[in-house]
Design a protein around this ligand. Sequence first.
Ligand code: DGY
Length: 326
Amino acid sequence: MQIRPKVLVTRRAPGRAIDILEQLFEVDLWDENRAMPRDRLLDQVRKVDGLYSMLTDVIDTELFEAGPSLRVVSQMAVGVDNVDLAAATRLGIPVGHTPDVLNETTADTIFGLLLASVRRIGEGAAYVKAGRWGPWQPDLLLGGDLHHTTLGIVGMGRIGSAIARRARGFDVRVLYSNRRSDPEAERELGAHHRTLEDLLQESDHVVVMAPLNAGTYHLIDEAALRLMKPTATLVNGSRGGLVDLVALERALREGWIARAALDVTEPEPIPADHSLLMLENCLIIPHLGSASVATRKAMAELAAENLIKGLEGRRMTACANPEVYE
Ligand code: DGY
């Protein structure tokens, strides 16, 4: 009888992904409704050939040493900042991820977060739930406008471009900051390239979508926030580490900027008693960017496909360290 490869799945994924894996491999599934504890992960990775991971798992040299037979990692997320890609590449381990299938859903969420923040929708909903709604008032919860403003997108990748397309429908002028200018974004989206400093100064609203790495950690710090307009909105739709929350809290309390909306925080989850949660001008949701039924299924299935291809020795559909194939 042929021995089936062993796979560790660190969290139940939506859709048919796990069923598909179970048809092909011997699957060890962490089936609790919480991230797999580190000691269990290090223990259970010992004898597996493949790892189907989540963004909450730290995949580093300690883990690779704990799992000497590990040949393939496949993560159900586009962001792989939790994975030591250089170490994986050195060991010849391809790391799968799930780009593209989540672009439009994430852009919907982050654009919605921007709109909700600018128009104070979260505050309005909390106001009604608190039983404070009285007769109509001419000056109740007045916010800013999104239409006919300037939106700065920090990190114009695939999701940033999808946000820019939505912004055009609101007659919003789009600026972007990337290391290099992107002629396609300029031609197709009418977006204008700026340095980060110029973008922060010129934009009415700023959306952060750059990936987290050593060069982008706390990209939005006190100095960056002080460049923004006092009427500006800051939205983080990428990873919590991009924004220094201590500086952000001061910015919101002292009026350096008007409001912020975060889909991601550092740490994550943000503690329930964190002082940022007391601020009415800060809207925080629990990392929901790609959280539609269809998109999470598509991510789970793409991650399964990457794992299968990796274990069969084929090139993954979406590999975060393609240099491993060179
Ligand atoms: C990702 O995929 O990296 C998101 O943060 C979750 O969809």
